[in-house]
Design a binder for this molecule. Structure first.
Ligand SMILES: O=C(O)C(=O)C[C@]1(C(=O)O)C=C[C@@H](O)C=C1
Length: 359
């Protein structure tokens, strides 16, 4: 045995013993979750409780003395709770497919890996799957830090009866991918239109000779590039892994901090956690100062606005819907007051849901 092995052996023995203890404790935790599941079953109440999961992680992060980092605690318990939740009832989660999309990654980041994934062909289908009960929740992109709002998602949120019950923000890193890891014989770069836009400067400088072709998703681009040697795909880590591709160039997005925010939609109404966000859709009559008057109650009651987005109301007139995210839960005292007053001035008011804020 080498000196290194001699020193590692007792440490590994210690890790093996600790893992056995952890497994024993996890088994007890899983049995407690099963019992919780039986109680909920008796009341026909939902299995997934995002507020409770938030509370579990926040408490552990607070009592954590290190060296594990807060992010590590969150990642470990996300999977622990995902596995426990699956013992109560494995949740089906709809997202924009095929396999290997950032939407799939967002679903796994939010719900953990012990879920049944339901990849859908379009954002519309994600909403429909949840509405008709084929999935308990859907995960849809709502805005990108470089390209702005995902307008189809905004329209679907407006028209659907689904509630927002969570959000997740992912760093979006695009790579240039082929089967071989080089560009020999490649004539065309294909990706979702959003990804082509997010990498356009890089492409103009480093690959100006390649034709650009928009396809339905980056994962679809990766799938095509895996079998067609004339194609190079722009896609992220999940698609690279799913389709066994190699990087010609990594992280080619023009903005190194490129991020996408996804929301979780379903029938569930979240309870307050003390660190929530509420999403609203509003409109006002087309009069001078109307938007200012509309938002005045927020300032009056000290409710901060995290996001303001406008979208044409699609009525053929110059009218807009405003998508507004405010800090706090709709049941928080000052939010209740602000929203009561805000409703009085709004020509249209829709509360999309209150949910634990990710930031
Ligand atoms: O506390 C509950 O309601 C549970 O079902 C247990 C548990 C957990 O593993 O801690 C699992 C699923 C819920 O989403 C929340 C928490």
């Amino acid at each position: 045995m080498s000196t290194e092995e001699q020193r590692l052996a007792p440490l590994r023995e210690k890790i093996d013993a600790l893992d056995a203890e952890i497994l024993n404790l996890l088994t007890q935790r899983a049995k407690a979750a099963q019992e919780v599941g039986h109680v909920k079953g008796g009341f026909s109440s939902p299995v997934f409780r995002p507020e409770r999961e938030r509370q579990v992680v926040a408490r552990l992060q607070e009592i954590n003395t290190g060296p594990l980092l807060a992010d590590g605690i969150a990642a470990i318990w996300r999977e622990v709770m995902s596995a426990c939740r699956a013992l109560e009832a494995r949740q089906t989660i709809a997202y924009l497919g095929p396999a290997g999309t950032f939407s799939e990654q967002a679903a796994q980041t939010y719900f953990g890996h012990s879920i049944v994934g339901l990849p859908c062909a379009s954002l519309d289908e994600v909403f429909k799957s949840v509405e008709k009960g084929a999935a308990q929740f859907g995960v849809v992109p709502v805005e990108n830090s470089s390209e702005g709002a995902i307008s189809r998602t905004l329209d679907l949120l407006l028209d659907s009866s689904m509630r927002i019950s969570g959000e997740v923000v992912l760093p979006i890193r695009h790579h240039l991918l082929t089967k071989t890891g080089n560009l020999d014989g490649v004539t065309t770069v294909c990706a979702h239109a959003q990804a082509l836009a997010q990498c356009q400067q890089w492409l103009s400088v480093h690959a100006p000779h390649l034709k650009r072709q928009a396809v339905s998703s980056n994962a679809e681009a990766a799938r095509l590039a895996a079998s067609d040697p004339t194609l190079v795909a722009i896609a992220g880590d999940p698609a690279q892994e799913a389709y066994g591709l190699q990087a010609v160039a990594a992280q080619i997005q023009d903005d190194p901090h490129n991020r996408t925010r996804f929301v979780v939609v379903g029938a569930y109404e979240c309870q307050p956690t003390g660190k929530d966000q509420t999403s609203l859709v509003l409109s006002v009559d087309n009069q001078p100062g109307a938007v200012h008057r509309l938002l005045a109650p927020l300032a009056k009651h000290g409710v901060s606005m995290n996001r303001f987005e406008s979208r044409p109301a699609r009525k053929g007139t110059w009218e807009y819907h405003f998508y507004i995210d405010i800090a706090g839960h709709a049941d928080d005292a000052k939010v209740v007051k602000a929203l009561e007053e805000l409703k009085e001035t709004a020509a249209f008011y829709k509360n999309l849901g209150s949910y634990p804020h990710s930031a």
